[in-house]
Write a protein that binds this ligand. Structure first.
Ligand code: KIV
Ligand code: ZN
Length: 508
């Protein structure tokens, strides 16, 4: 079987899409999941995009030991120099440069002739090569490029030193048959391309990204670029979990194997959904809640007789546990600790004690505590950044009916000082947020995300609230977890608003 490399770009193509921005701590958390998954390459970001991007690419490059770490760069010296500066401390650094090759992009975006694009390809690939032997070149909008010209560009990049050449379907326009033919065409016409990695990078505008990537493999591609949960520009990229499980499940067709530890897929997917404050769509292949459920009588009957009747892959193979143990208020510290260990959490005694207090408090509100609840507690406590100088919730009271305006009275505390406010609002949450604003007077901002998700089933479920505020091009996130969604919303908003205030007071 041929070996397929998995190049993950969740932290670059995924992170640059609206609603998916991550802070440094979150990016490092995702990088850790990707390393556990054993992806071959982590594209950590686009180092030149901002000082924050540079810092996170550098931090990821320094943290990751077992994967190549790449930074994206346009085909300019400054971009390439910055990309190298950011990744140079990685165990295996890669510079990933790109230039567009389609007539539309060359004429209207780059305002360059095809000859100029060829010259730039040669010069900038050679420039990157001065820093490292590991250079990837991408021909942006390859699938709408003239194949003959594309072959020329690929040859030029390889001769200048590229060891990986990527042919992106930048706008998600191509079809599986076309993708297979394009890769085969390049391999046929560019002899040098047979000795390097040939990569595909497919966007999902027509819902064909996974199919196109697999077709690329059938055409001869040896690297697939993808993202966790298919995040990415517009409709997203090839989803890592789907493409990997397709390769595994239909190895008879593709005859190609990635090195991925598939049992880490669910954890990675959940981590990323959690960071962007969204649940997986119910019917999302591989990781959606319904992906392994059999509701109809006929299906249930078949599965009871033999699982293979309706299951082509097992939940265990992607790390979904089926023995969902339930804890409750009579469960002691030992049972709590044992279950967390079984769930794969290696926590310090201090972390365990703090979590046990939260677990007991939750037991008073909720009869049964499921694995999902436990994991939410762990994830949530690892995300709360204590801010001693910020405002904290002291107490709140809301009054809401279906025929009057909602009111919220709130008391916040900062250090020893307490502050109270009362506000009307369009519903209790709006009233609460307005009352908070009245006290803390944050700079003008907009809501990038306000989402409320339930952790488990039942009306006593924990509500998991994500708030992402944006101001001056930066995002500030907060999380709240409680069986009371108004309290969770207040906590999440306060956390995000404290970060916003801290940032702007630092900026002066
Ligand atoms: O979609 C695309 O073309 C890209 C390249 C920059 C690789 O993301
Ligand atoms: Zn892309």
């Amino acid at each position: 079987m041929k070996r397929i490399k998995i190049f993950d770009t969740t932290l670059r193509d995924g992170e640059q899409s609206p609603g998916c921005s991550m802070n440094l701590k979150e990016k490092l958390q995702v990088a850790e999941c990707l390393e556990k998954l054993q992806v071959d390459v982590i594209e950590a970001g686009f180092a030149i995009a901002s000082p924050g991007d540079f810092e996170s690419v550098q931090a990821i490059a320094r943290q990751v030991k077992d994967c190549t770490v790449a930074s994206l760069a346009r085909s300019t010296e400054k971009d390439i120099d910055t990309a190298w500066e950011a990744v140079k401390d990685a165990a295996d650094p890669r510079i990933h440069l790109f230039i567009a090759t389609s007539p539309l992009h060359m004429e209207y975006k780059l305002k360059m002739t095809p000859e100029q694009v060829l010259e730039r390809t040669a010069a900038m690939t050679a420039h990157a090569k001065k820093y490292t032997s590991n250079v990837e070149f991408s021909a942006e909008d390859a699938t709408r490029s003239d194949p003959e010209f594309l072959a020329q560009v690929v040859r030029t990049a390889i001769r200048a030193g590229a060891t990986v050449v990527n042919l992106p379907d930048t706008v998600g326009y191509t079809t599986p048959a076309e993708m297979q033919a394009l890769i085969a065409y390049v391999l046929e016409h560019v002899e040098e391309a047979r000795d390097i990695e040939l990569s595909v990078h497919c966007h999902n505008d027509l819902g064909l990204a996974v199919a196109n990537s697999l077709a690329g493999v059938q055409g001869g591609a040896t690297q697939i670029e993808c993202t966790i949960n298919g995040l990415g520009e517009r409709a997203g990229n090839t989803s890592l979990e789907e493409v990997v499980m397709a390769l595994r499940t239909r190895a008879d067709v593709f005859d190609a194997a990635p090195r991925i530890d598939t049992t880490q897929i669910y954890r990675a997917s959940k981590t990323v959904y959690d960071i962007i404050g969204q649940p997986a769509p119910l019917n999302k292949p591989i990781v959606g809640k319904n992906a392994f459920l059999h509701e109809s009588g006929i299906h249930q009957h078949g599965v009871l007789a033999n699982k293979k009747t309706y299951e082509i892959l097992t939940p265990e193979s992607v790390g979904i546990r089926t023995n969902n143990l339930v804890l409750g208020k009579h469960s002691g510290h030992h049972a709590f600790e044992t279950r967390l260990k079984e769930l794969g959490y290696d926590l310090t005694p201090e972390e365990l004690s703090a979590l046990f207090v939260r677990f007991k408090a939750l037991c008073d509100k909720k009869k049964t505590i499921t694995d999902d609840d436990l994991e939410a507690l762990v994830r949530h406590s690892s995300r709360v950044e204590e801010d001693e100088s910020g405002y904290k919730l002291d107490w709140f009271a809301v009054h809401t009916t279906n025929f009057t305006t909602a009111t919220c009275t709130i008391s916040l505390q900062r250090g020893e000082e307490k502050f109270e406010a009362v506000c009307l609002g369009d519903g209790p949450i709006d009233a609460a947020f307005q009352a908070i604003d009245q006290i803390i007077k944050p700079v003008e901002h907009s809501f990038e995300i306000f989402s409320v998700n339930s952790i488990s089933e039942g009306k006593d479920t924990l509500g998991d609230v994500t708030v992402k505020l944006s101001a001056a091009g930066k995002s500030f996130s907060g999380r709240g977890l409680s069986t009371d969604i108004i309290k969770a919303s207040i906590v999440a908003y306060l956390q995000a608003a404290n970060k916003l205030m801290r940032h702007f007071s630092r900026e002066g």
